[in-house]
Design a protein around this ligand. Structure first.
Ligand code: NAP
Ligand code: ZN
Ligand code: ZN
Length: 351
């Protein structure tokens, strides 16, 4: 067993606190990774607070993991000591269902093994990246290519792939108009990736103070969802709406912004349902769809795409001792645009 230090939520109501636990020994197909950085995804907060139900405690959150390989098992082929690598939202899947065979492990019929708050094949609880090191089967490890930095690449492992995958799946490109709803961790990655795909992007936000950021990120337009004229001015304007919002809100108003045959893609995962009106969908043959993260092959493709286009996340790097304060700021929308924990703060501190 490998002694590991991290920060955990002991219950849904508790602040995160120092926590020591054991990782499995490095098996023949495993890679041991010293974690240098881990992003704070809003999903970490939903799960640490058990807002979706089913959380397993104690929970070490974190599924935007970047680090360096420190040891490899005897049968490992893809990685060697010293490689820059990443781990995203899952660390295993059944490997035999049609989804896994197609490289769509996120849709595994047996259910993917989540990086934390999950159970591995031996029934052990998985623990995530707010920790010093992690042991992962090489088939579920990603290569972080040059010139991406570890801090700027960590959020790509969830926020990056969650926005890249639906944009690619629905073929969003040069001739499309896209609305990104919510300029947070996912939203700012969506703007960057869509711009690199040549798409015209409008940011729909609740925060006037993000207008300048939207412009800097390459958005052609910005509009406030609190203003009724936004919904008249941009009526039937978009081919796609990508909704990244973390809290319940009115989907119907956004559906009305789609052209005929337009698609609204939900990636934001509020903890409560929202009423859906049939008429905005019926009248223009519009669709609402959803998407969750991406498979291993596509995640590697996304990392390579980001390296080629020099795309990283805009990050605010913090020591782990500030994680609870960071959670409060994420909930208030007060981060540009992703907190990333520098895990050397934990390696040095001891406890
Ligand atoms: P985030 O950084 O907190 O961004 C969410 C943004 O939503 C905020 O910045 C804010 O943008 C907007 N927002 C927040 N509260 C709102 C409200 N009450 N009404 C309207 N807008 C509001 O969160 P994130 O890490 O990007 O994650 C966003 C959501 O996606 C979360 O629910 C998360 O669990 C989910 N998620 C899903 C997947 C997937 O695979 N589908 C993967 C990762 C995360 P403005 O200030 O611009 O309004
Ligand atoms: Zn996430
Ligand atoms: Zn499967």
């Amino acid at each position: 067993m490998i002694s590991t230090r991290g920060y955990a939520a002991m219950t849904a109501k508790a602040a995160l606190q120092p926590f020591s636990f054991e990782r499995r020994d490095v098996g023949s197909q495993d890679v041991l990774i010293r974690i240098t950085h881990c992003g704070i995804c809003h999903s970490d907060i939903h799960q640490a607070r058990d807002e979706w139900g089913g959380s397993i405690f104690p929970m070490v959150p974190g599924h935007e993991i970047a680090g360096t390989v420190t040891q490899v098992g005897s049968a490992v082929k893809k990685f060697k000591t010293g490689d820059s690598v990443g781990v995203g939202c899952f660390v295993d899947s059944c490997r035999s269902c049609p989804a896994c065979q197609e490289g769509l492990e996120q849709y595994c019929e047996a259910g993917m093994v989540l990086t934390y708050s999950g159970r591995d094949k031996n029934g052990r609880t998985t623990q995530g990246g707010y920790s010093t090191q992690i042991v992962v089967d090489e088939n579920y490890v990603l290569r972080i290519p040059q010139p991406l930095s570890s801090a700027g690449a960590a959020p790509l492992l969830c926020a990056g792939i969650t926005t890249y995958s639906p944009l690619r799946h629905w073929g969003v490109g040069k001739y499309h108009k896209l609305a990104v709803v919510g300029l947070g961790g996912l939203g700012h990655m969506a703007v960057k990736i869509a711009r690199a795909l040549g798409t015209e992007v409008t940011v729909l936000s609740t925060s006037e103070r993000k207008r300048k950021d939207a412009d800097r990120l390459g958005a052609a337009d910005f509009a406030l969802t609190s203003q009724p004229e936004t919904f008249t001015r941009l009526r039937r304007h978009f081919d796609f709406v990508l909704d990244t919002v973390s809290a319940p809100h009115d989907y119907n108003a956004h559906v009305n912004l789609l052209k005929t045959d337009g698609t609204m893609i939900l990636v934001g995962a509020p903890d409560r349902p929202t009423p859906l009106e049939p008429f905005p969908l019926i009248m223009h043959r519009r669709r609402i769809a959803g998407s969750v993260i991406g498979g291993i092959r596509e995640t590697q493709e996304m990392l390579d795409f980001c390296a080629e286009h020099r795309i990283e996340s805009d990050v605010e790097v913090i020591p782990i001792q500030q994680v609870n304060e960071a959670y409060e700021r994420v909930v208030k929308g007060d981060v540009r645009f992703r907190f990333v924990i520098d895990l050397t703060s934990l390696q040095e501190a001891g406890h």
